[in-house]
Write a protein that binds this ligand. Structure first.
Ligand SMILES: Cc1ncc(COP(=O)(O)O)c(C=O)c1O
Length: 471
């Protein structure tokens, strides 16, 4: 069988890129390039070189040019040629110890906290590796070749169809595949919507919840969008205070981070506001699948698909490392969002999109979510029980859903508690870090405890350590 450069490259364990440049024609350039590759260690002693014909085809030079170059290097002692075993790099050649050839030293690993109770991560040790691999394999086996070319910025249709059905069933989202644009998660969605500054799809000022993810506020500020804090109470964001903002960003199913759902009357009110203002609600449905106690709180989008941009991702349900998310858009924004994405998919891996489509359609996603829901519910119950026993001064809230809880603390004790936790090797966040700098509401003392973050075996010790530092 004809041996190709790729096959040879596989055998030598490295893809060899030869650049033919410099004075003296192709033959001289090839001799220089091969000599450099041997001298620099890119071609190790004993490595078999590709046959003349395949290297010639690969480099676009005549076969004789390659044959002459090999002969010259054999004469110089860099290569050896033996009947039946082809041309190889001579054994006695000591490659230069080039800095770039040394095994890359891993940077020293930052020592993590002993007990990680920060919010923001699912239990990474529970990633469904086998089921994901099965989906990925099936998806790649069935994929047409075009999948490996530039991707459609809307995202693969298979995934948009799967999401249309899944989001309707699990979240009450009303849409169709042509209104879904695949993105790499909520942060990316913000960039697509507001990234164009004054000519962006949406413009500020944007109302946001007075407690929310600082990272998202920072993204908006960096995009030139002013954020206006909306105070919260036990019914969620006080949307009655909305005024002349150009839109509002909410976490209606599970206010982030304080925990409650947006009250039904406020859901209706915010839609009415968006209609009257001719604007839109941006719905961050970051952990909508994980509801434990009551009936699922459906997506706000279901109330008015033309007034809500619904954004979700697999960051909580599967892994934030996959960088896969979706935007469910009112019809009038689809064209602008696609224009913001550009001519081809530049963020969300297309094979991964197909893997996720299979994962959803095959039922593996539902099975995984159900399994994790049970596991997280168990962890939440253990947290609540431990607090009741060891920290009676602490009230736990926001536990009906999600992967984190808020521990309300006696006024004035938050900072000292977070510091005490750090001293004991417990990483967690205080509520203060989530507060909008201009928030016009009473500050709340509390801790945000991510109970999904530790692996299953480490959770008990993390809970003990937490209880040890609470007032
Ligand atoms: C409030 C909130 N929204 C959205 C997300 C998801 O962000 P992304 O989809 O960019 O990973 C997170 C974190 O997982 C979050 O905490």
């Amino acid at each position: 069988m004809e041996e190709s450069w790729v096959n040879s490259a596989e055998r030598i364990g490295a893809d060899l890129h030869l650049e033919l440049s410099g004075p003296g024609g192709r033959r001289a350039a090839l001799i220089r390039a091969l000599r450099e590759a041997v001298r620099g260690g890119r071609l190790a002693p004993g490595t078999r070189l590709p046959p003349y014909r395949s290297l010639a085809a690969d480099l676009g030079v005549a076969r004789n040019t390659v044959a002459d170059a090999y002969a010259e290097l054999v004469a110089e002692g860099w290569l050896t040629a033996r009947q039946g075993s082809g041309t190889r790099v001579a054994d006695r050649v000591e490659p230069l110890r080039h800095a770039a050839r040394r095994p890359v030293e891993a940077p020293p690993r930052a020592r993590g906290p002993r007990h990680d109770l920060r919010q923001g991560s699912p239990d990474t040790s529970s990633f469904p590796r086998a089921a994901w691999l099965a989906s990925y394999r099936r998806a790649l086996q069935q994929a047409p070749s075009e999948v490996f070319g530039p991707g459609d910025p809307a995202g693969r249709r298979e995934l948009r169809e799967a999401l249309t059905e899944y989001l309707a069933r699990a979240r009450g989202v009303r849409t169709e595949p042509d209104r879904i644009v695949i993105c790499s998660g909520f942060a990316h969605a913000l960039g697509l919507l507001f990234g164009g500054g004054a000519s962006g799809v949406l413009r500020g000022p944007l109302a946001v919840e007075a407690y929310g993810l600082g990272f998202h506020r920072e993204l908006l500020t960096a995009a030139g969008v002013r954020t206006v804090p909306l105070p919260l109470d036990e019914d969620g964001a006080r949307v009655g205070l909305l005024g002349r903002e150009r839109g509002v960003l909410l976490t209606p199913a599970h206010q982030f981070p304080t925990g409650g759902p947006l009250h039904a009357s406020r859901r209706a009110a915010v839609i009415a506001w968006a209609r009257a203002r001719g604007t839109v609600v941006l719905e961050d449905d970051y952990d909508g699948e994980f509801r434990y106690d009551r009936r699922p709180v459906g997506a706000l989008q279901g109330l008015d698909p033309e007034r809500v941009i619904h954004v979700g991702s697999v960051s909580k349900s599967l892994s934030p490392a996959l960088r896969l998310g979706w935007m469910v858009l009112p019809q009038r924004y689809v064209g602008d969002v696609l224009a913001a994405k550009g001519d081809r998919e530049a963020w969300a891996s297309v094979p991964d999109q197909l893997g996720l489509a299979d994962f959803i359609v095959s039922g593996a996603y539902d099975r995984h979510v159900r399994r994790m829901r049970q596991r997280y519910r168990g962890r939440r119950d253990r947290l609540v029980a431990a607090l009741a026993e060891h920290a009676p001064r602490v009230t736990v809230t926001g536990v009906a859903a999600g992967l984190h809880a808020v521990l309300r603390l006696p006024p004035g004790t938050e900072r000292a508690t977070v510091e005490a936790a750090v001293r004991q090797g417990v990483a967690l966040d205080g509520l203060a870090g989530f507060r909008h700098p201009e928030a016009d509401m009473e500050a709340r003392d509390g801790l945000v405890v991510g109970y999904a973050t530790p692996s299953e075996h480490a959770y008990g010790a993390a809970l003990d350590a937490l209880c040890g530092v609470l007032p």
